[in-house]
Design a protein around this ligand. Sequence first.
Ligand SMILES: NC(=O)C1=CN([C@@H]2O[C@H](COP(=O)(O)OP(=O)(O)OC[C@H]3O[C@@H](n4cnc5c(N)ncnc54)[C@H](O)[C@@H]3O)[C@@H](O)[C@H]2O)C=CC1
Ligand SMILES: N[C@@H](CC=O)C(=O)O
Ligand code: NA
Length: 432
Amino acid sequence: MKPVKVGICGLGTVGGGTFNVLSKNANDIARRAGREIIIAQVATRHPNPNVDTGDVAVTDNVMDVINNPEIDIVIELIGGYTIAKEVVLGAIANGKHVVTANKALIAVHGAEIFAAAEAKGVSVMYEAAVAGGIPIIKAIREGLAANRINWLAGIINGTGNFILTEMRDKGRDFADVLKEAQELGYAEADPTFDVEGIDAAHKLTILASIAYGIPLQFERCYTEGISKITQEDVEYADELGYRIKHLGISRRGENGIDLRVHPTMIPVARPIAKVDGVLNAVMVNGDAVGDTLYVGAGAGAGPTASAVVADVIDLARTMDAPATAAVNHLAFDTIEKTYVLPIEDVETAYYLRIQVQDKTGVLASVATILSERGINIEAIIQKEPKAEDDVAQIILLTHRIVERDMNAAILAIESLPSTVGEVTRIRVEQLD
Ligand SMILES: NC(=O)C1=CN([C@@H]2O[C@H](COP(=O)(O)OP(=O)(O)OC[C@H]3O[C@@H](n4cnc5c(N)ncnc54)[C@H](O)[C@@H]3O)[C@@H](O)[C@H]2O)C=CC1
Ligand SMILES: N[C@@H](CC=O)C(=O)O
Ligand code: NA
């Protein structure tokens, strides 16, 4: 069969990894794809010291790649919404298939991109966009295709998981670990996307869309990052038999679907609680299969390139087959109408940490506030002040309650004369 020619736009962490995997494993890849895959051209702003481009044509103008008539597949690895979008839409307009790792672009502009691709009869593939090297898109779309998906939950940001793990295991400082994650190529160009949960929200938006057949609706995803997690909370979680993980969670309920990214306390006995460092993990529950768990590296050159190249191989296998319709995300005429629940309507259990000046009678007042709102307490720890001028702490685990009621309870607790500062709240999930 005629070789497939690819053009790579962006030669940074993922672009460099993709170039190297395509070059190093060329023979295995050709065997699996049933044809040779040749890198015809690369567009990049900066050279990559880890890549020897040899005699491959290199340009600094992405339009050279998009307009190169030899190229069948454009691989977009620049990132962001501007040039990346031009590259993707330009490639589609020129009748080329696209592979991208850009979750921000897919989550926010996916509907426009997939519509353009459908109209042109080409495919846009994005396995690398969610959970890096884990073939989670393939698992949900193909492996679990028989199921009605009930819920999914995952650690889907490698940088965040790396930070939380280093904080817990080595007591390291947040900023210091983030810097290391950036040096290792895990973090987004703007690392607030990682630490404030935006990157995980992009990924959850994509996962939920495929899992439930619903539109991409990033703007409805509740998003909370890890930047407010303290060493204290990490230690108290341990004491209670829990781990704090930054999770993306989506559950199909009677009244709608929840779509939320936030720090979550999960029982230490759950396998996902032990998924540490840059590893990602996604649990998916389907009505026929039950619980499934997928674990692997969520960021970095090699793991992400693994997913990018797998998409290229998939395309190489199928793109010239007669009557092969482009597979683009969802069939648009089957998209389900759904209601994404506002976070106030979502029900979870809670960890609360309340700082108090004088404990006498405070616990009773807190218990009254909670019970008046139907909130049951599961466990309590009280911590004496560490120094004379320090505050005492009351740590509570509650049963499940709708967030609106918990918000009201927290406001009331914060208004008590002996409460100091804001109440810390972390949502708790059993994941069963
Ligand atoms: N780093 C990681 O572990 C992962 C990254 N991703 C996604 O992959 C994409 C790329 O990320 P990284 O490789 O980390 O970024 P990077 O910053 O390391 O690389 C970006 C590349 O794009 C090039 N570039 C920027 N503007 C350009 C322009 N106008 N024309 C030509 N080239 C241009 C730069 O020179 C650089 O080579 C992003 O969408 C990111 O979200 C997805 C999964 C994992
Ligand atoms: N910045 C992202 C990269 C992969 O998607 C992460 O840390 O997970
Ligand atoms: Na993936």
